[in-house]
Design a protein around this ligand. Structure first.
Ligand code: ADP
Ligand code: ADP
Ligand code: MG
Length: 758
């Protein structure tokens, strides 16, 4: 493989960076309690936008980035954005591929990987994965397996919260596995409650119960949903907080036990317990509440020995009380809004912490973390909001994004031509806006989303726009009921897609020709072109047609041969019909000029004025009768022979007609005014030519058999169509009774020199 100069220079530079970094650390002799070991390569055990997010951080740090991809993701963008990529899980189901721990570890070992970043979802909260990575001698960019295990289990996490003195939602102490236990809890503590999958996430396996008689049935349903989704039906039960806000605190911890918070995010805008729009900071949150929450989160993290990035999620009730719900021991989808307001790159920090750097060395002391302005993230998904947010798949026909100041886009396969598959979640692009306050940030977001043009696959943008324009949203009055309580959010006008329709039409016309008839009810244009006048009373002068009428085709041919001067055939009337809009000339106009032609061009051999194109244009576009045109022109031009092209058995079409059709057609053509039939077959196929000649001849027309000239007779070595071929063919046509012989040099191949032979 050849690298371009700039690529090669970049690689050299990148290799150099870790060494420089190491030197820098040694030289300054940081007082680290933990060993610093640089990471030179990171494999991301994930896909899509989050994989790319991590690759970008790696590249910025001079670290080699490595992707894995499933068979189904062969063409996916995350594969291209890494320095190296390896397929995993060949033959496995699409999601299974990314869950295949042994294979991922094998790829790491074979390719000299130092560390693994799990992203979010997939294996990110699997302690067995974190352990397998460590056992293979690699670093896991996240908390220790033990912490991952404890925090992934919602029941264990609750116990840790209690120990750390963090308020929790009242609920069961341990997992509940039977409906009887569930009923007993509800009877004792009262309703409403929420059932949650102990090992769940993403809002699945969750059920709110408000009536005692619904406890048992709902428990069983939620439990079996959890079993299907997470492989374990264990549930726990919490008191349901009415009208809560979902507020979460972002944390970073190092290996030395230091923890800082990066303030909070508000993720109350949810649909079916899943986040849709996320904000940082939480609007209208009293400073004291914020301080208490961030402090509680840090306390919990320190208590469990949390290292790397993580989030503590809380619910806040209307009276300002807050309750711990869970810890997400990983990077979250909405980490971006925190990055925007703090200016801290969370992924770079994660990698540095995994290398052994302390928060202090990274400059991440609590005083240094200062939130600025207001950030919003919208998850643009390929879901159809008009159809209950059903995932929509297919090819992105058009993709143009909204950009500009204050807008950040985190996406993966977003370009025209990308295929949106049904195999993975439907997140298409995360759009993040950042401005000084909520309203300005919302208007940047609104503007950016309106700039997007996504066609071919439906997206939730119309829904997001409704959220962004909602007055409650704009004033930061939010809770998790927001979406359910605003049915007007689901009313949107569908895009008209005008630009795309116009493009499709132009494409169709370019490739297949015009498909729409002209609007023939329109009056002829009022333009009156200048038509040279002829004396109305006098008959036009004599022409060659008089001989055909008087003495027949043979006499005509004889007369033509006897003429020493050059005879011309005029194709103007024919070229008025090449199916192009510009040449669809109406009979109305052709007739106007006809008398002048009859008077002034009486010496012409013929006028070619009728044939295939006439039928095409007259029938499809002008909605005129081609036969009437012939008849009317004949009346006005009685003296010049009319000529047409006859494609043998194909007559004036592109398909072979029954013989009797061709015979009858010629008969009618002669009756209506046609004189000369140039009979033609592009392959000089004699039987086809002869049929046309017979039909024209029998009808009383002049037969002008045409030879298609397709080779160079002057260069007999290079063509099988030599002079002999053409003279033989000419003999055959003469034998078949042609009146006139025509050489049709269709492709302009006849050189002057060769014309002499012919
Ligand atoms: P997940 O693992 O799916 O993220 P969470 O426990 O974080 O589950 O809860 C997700 C969402 O469900 C919360 O943001 C909130 O809207 C709702 N929820 C969870 N627990 C409660 C509760 N006790 N009362 C009210 N709503 C809740
Ligand atoms: P719709 O017909 O649903 O309104 P179109 O994509 O057809 O949507 O766009 C309508 C018009 O908007 C286009 O004809 C063009 O003038 C303008 N337009 C389209 N895309 C953009 C864009 N990315 N930025 C600004 N204007 C655009
Ligand atoms: Mg959660």
């Amino acid at each position: 493989m050849f690298l371009s100069e700039s690529q090669a220079a970049f690689r050299t530079l990148r290799k150099a960076i870790p060494r420089v970094r190491l030197y820098f650390i040694n030289k300054n002799a940081y007082s680290t309690q933990v060993e610093y070991k640089p990471i030179r390569s990171v494999l991301v055990a994930n896909r899509g936008e989050i994989a790319i997010r991590v690759f970008r951080a790696c590249t910025e740090l001079g670290i080699k980035s490595v992707a894995i991809y499933s068979e189904q993701d062969k063409m996916h963008m995350h594969r291209q954005k890494a320095d190296e990529s390896y397929m995993v899980g060949k033959g496995l189901a699409p999601v299974e591929a990314y869950l295949n721990i042994p294979e991922i570890i094998r790829v790491c070992k074979e390719n000299d990987i130092d560390a693994v970043h799990p992203g979010y979802g997939f294996l990110s909260e699997r302690s067995d994965f974190a352990q397998a990575v460590i056992d293979a001698g690699l670093r896991f960019i996240g908390p220790s397996p033990k912490v991952v295990q404890n925090m992934g289990d919602k029941v264990a996490a609750r116990i840790a919260a209690i120990e750390a003195g963090v308020p929790i939602v009242p609920g069961t102490d341990g997992p509940v596995t039977s409906k009887e236990e569930a009923l007993a809890f509800c009877q004792k503590h009262g309703l409403p409650v929420i059932f949650k999958a102990a090992y769940g996430g993403g809002g699945r396996g969750m059920r709110v119960v408000r009536k005692m008689e619904e406890v048992e049935e709902n428990f069983e349903r939620a439990s079996s949903e959890a079993k299907a989704a997470f492989g374990n039906g264990a549930m726990f039960i919490e008191k349901f907080i009415e009208r809560p806000r979902h507020i979460e605190v972002q944390l970073l911890g190092d290996k030395a036990g230091n923890v800082v918070h990066l303030y909070e995010r508000d993720c109350s805008v949810q649909r079916r317990h899943q986040k849709v729009v996320e904000l940082a900071p939480a609007p209208r949150l009293p400073v004291e509440t914020r301080d208490k929450m961030t402090e509680a989160a840090v306390r919990l993290a320190k208590h469990v020995g949390y290292e790397n990035a993580g989030t503590v999620e809380f619910l806040c009730d209307e009276s300002g009380n807050f309750y711990f719900i869970e810890v997400n021991a990983r990077l979250q989808v909405e980490h971006t809004v925190t990055e925007e307001i703090t200016g801290i790159d969370l992924v770079q920090s994660q990698i540095r912490i995994a290398e052994g750097m302390t928060l202090k060395e990274l400059g991440l002391t609590q005083e240094n973390v200062v939130p600025r302005g207001f950030a919003i993230q919208c998850r643009v998904t390929t879901e159809d909001p008009a159809n209950d947010f059903q995932p929509n798949t297919g090819r992105l026909e058009v993709f143009r994004s909204g950009e500009g100041m204050g807008i950040r886009l985190d996406s993966a396969s977003t370009y025209a031509g990308a295929i949106i598959s049904p195999y993975y979640d439907s997140l298409l692009v995360k759009v993040i806006s950042h401005a000084s306050d909520l309203q300005s940030s919302a208007s940047k977001m609104n503007r950016a989303l309106r700039e997007f043009r996504i066609r071919g696959v439906k997206t939730n943008i119309p829904f997001l726009l409704n959220v962004l324009e909602n007055q409650k949203f704009l004033h930061g009055v939010l809770d998790t009921y927001f979406i359910d309580e605003h049915p007007q959010l689901f009313k949107f006008s569908t895009t008209q897609n005008r630009a795309q329709k116009l493009l499709n039409y132009l494409g169709e016309v370019l490739v297949n020709g015009p498909q729409t008839p002209l609007a023939t009810s329109l009056k002829p244009a009022e333009v009156n072109p200048h038509v040279p006048q002829v004396p109305l009373v006098t008959e036009p002068p004599q022409g060659l047609r008089d001989i055909i009428v008087r003495e027949g085709p043979a006499a005509f041919a004889k007369e033509v041969r006897s003429r020493k001067n050059l005879l011309l055939m005029d194709t103007t009337f024919r070229d008025a019909h090449q199916s192009l809009m510009a040449t669809r000339v109406r009979t109305h106009d052709l007739l106007k000029i006809s008398p002048y032609v009859a008077h002034k061009f009486n010496n012409l051999y013929s006028l070619e004025n009728w044939g295939g194109a006439t039928f095409d244009v007259a029938l499809r576009f002008l909605h005129e009768c081609p036969w009437e045109r012939l008849e009317e022109m004949r009346k006005r031009i009685p003296n010049i022979p009319f000529q047409m092209l006859l494609r043998g058995a194909n007559a004036v079409g592109y398909t072979s007609y029954p013989d009797n059709v061709v015979y009858k057609f010629c008969e009618l053509a002669v009756q209506t005014g046609m004189d000369i039939f140039r009979v033609f077959d592009s392959l000089n196929y004699l039987p086809n030519l002869i049929l046309g000649m017979e039909a024209a001849g029998k009808a009383g027309g002049v037969v002008e058999a045409a030879i298609s000239y397709t080779g160079d007779v002057g260069d007999p070595k290079r063509t099988k169509y030599d002079l002999k071929y053409y003279t033989n063919l000419a003999d055959e046509l003469v034998k078949a009774g042609t009146h006139v012989l025509c050489i049709k040099d269709m492709a302009g191949l006849l050189k002057p020199e060769s014309a002499r032979y012919v």
